[in-house]
Design a protein around this ligand. Structure first.
Ligand SMILES: *Cc1c(COP(=O)(O)O)cnc(C)c1O
Length: 410
């Protein structure tokens, strides 16, 4: 089922993005002449590497409107999230505290939350509307005297739903509760400056923003308030003791360049891509009556489409495509359950507007299309034809309704 065809149209930018050629170019010297260890401050090779790292730190800080000293390089958003959440919650005074989050977070957040619960903490999952958007009043209602941290994604990786972070940040600030934001998906499109989102901790990932894989960063506020974190990886004391290990210089330089490009191009990218996205969605909705758009139509990343087509399982729809690389709503992390996307499933949960069956069927049928910087108009024209033809073919076959052998290996 794996598609090795490089001619295939890539519509899976939420899973990862290609490296921008300008990013790759910036990284190349790190594989050649600038190979020193940035911690070797006593000689020229180390100093040259360190200089590149500090330039990159500045580029990341500029995009976020942060102080460079507030940026900690990690191996990606998963590690940043672990450092942010565990870094706060493993402190003596927080261990039996309370964490607030939602059920549609990335697994990195959900798994840390579960671990926290098993080890004496308390977790509240704020209910979401059918459109996946959280209401700040619901966060307010969930707060208790022991709430230590609130963790929310800025934008969802499956349904692209954008959360009202500034309102939540204000609530947190007024009550002295720390606020972590998972901005992995938001970074290439939304205003992630701290002055806007107001978070105390922000996790970002390079490979979702046209940088290389295996590198990310955590912003941790230094003052008002100063966030205290317990290091999760100990050793040589790099990154001010918060993340030991020899720095991934090429990765850091790549992330820095990717952030620099976003600082100037993010807005124009979003405008162009949302026009393509809107065209693709309008076409699908016109040709496939009954198509359900999962998530909010308005509060949505400009590059995201997530749809379910009643009577068509996501697995079969994807398997039938000949020219498009895209994903089911989720990576099907629990194939045995066959429930499909936990994100789409999570939306119907607190609403009487939708039955459990309907929520399950949407979750099983959801496919995600993610556009990006290198998506062209021609690609969208070809993709929409493939998507529509495949769906119509499946609808015309009676066995297409049988979703009992849901195949999650795709
Ligand atoms: C991809 C992603 C992550 C994890 O990022 P990695 O750098 O791959 O570890 C976390 N949160 C969201 C919302 C993501 O999309």
């Amino acid at each position: 089922m794996t598609n090795h065809n490089p001619q295939s149209i890539y519509l899976d930018y939420h899973a990862t993005t290609p490296v921008d050629p300008r990013v790759l170019e910036a990284m190349m010297p790190c594989y050649k002449e600038v190979f020193g260890n940035p911690a070797s401050s006593q000689h020229a090779h180390g100093q040259a590497a360190n200089q590149l790292v500090e330039t990159a730190r500045g580029q990341v800080a500029t995009l976020l409107g942060a102080d460079p000293r507030e940026i900690i390089f990690t191996s990606g958003a998963t590690e940043s999230i672990n450092l942010a959440l565990k870094g706060v919650l493993t402190a003596e005074e927080n261990r039996s505290g309370h964490l607030i989050t939602t059920e549609i977070e990335h697994k990195a957040v959900l798994d840390v939350a579960q671990h926290f619960e098993r080890t004496g903490g308390q977790v509240t999952y704020v209910p979401l509307g059918l459109d996946g958007v959280l209401k700040p009043e619901q966060v307010l209602d969930a707060i208790t005297s022991s709430t230590k941290l609130i963790s929310l994604q800025y934008a969802n990786n499956e349904i692209g739903t954008v959360q009202p972070l500034p309102e939540v940040a204000k609530i947190c600030r007024e009550r002295g509760i720390l606020f972590h934001c998972d901005a992995a998906q938001a970074l290439p499109y939304l205003d992630c400056r701290l002055a806007t989102i107001g978070a105390d901790l922000v996790s970002i990932s390079s490979h979702k923003s046209y940088g290389p894989k295996g590198i990310g960063a955590l912003f941790a506020r230094r003052k008002q308030p100063r966030v205290r974190l317990e290091a999760q990886i100990e050793g040589g004391g790099q990154e001010r003791g918060l993340r030991s290990g020899t720095l991934n210089v090429p990765g850091i330089v790549g992330l820095g360049k990717a952030c620099e490009l976003l600082t100037t191009e993010c807005q124009a990218d979003g405008v162009r891509i949302s026009a393509l996205r809107d065209r693709l969605l309008a076409h699908l909705e016109e040709k496939l009556p009954g198509l359900v758009l999962n998530g909010s139509r308005e509060n949505r990343l400009p590059n995201n489409i997530n749809v379910s087509l009643p009577g068509v399982s996501a697995a079969k729809w994807l398997a039938g495509l000949t020219t498009v690389s895209c994903s089911a709503g989720s990576a099907c992390s629990n194939p045995s359950s066959g429930d499909g996307s936990y994100v789409v499933q999570g939306l119907g949960k607190f609403q009487s507007a939708i039955t459990v069956e309907e929520a399950r069927s949407r979750a099983q049928g959801s496919i995600r299309l993610g556009l990006g910087r290198f998506t062209t108009e021609e690609e969208i024209d070809l993709a929409q034809k493939d998507l529509v033809d495949t769906a119509i073919h499946l609808l015309s076959r009676s066995d297409s309704k049988d979703s009992s052998e849901e195949d999650c290996s795709i």
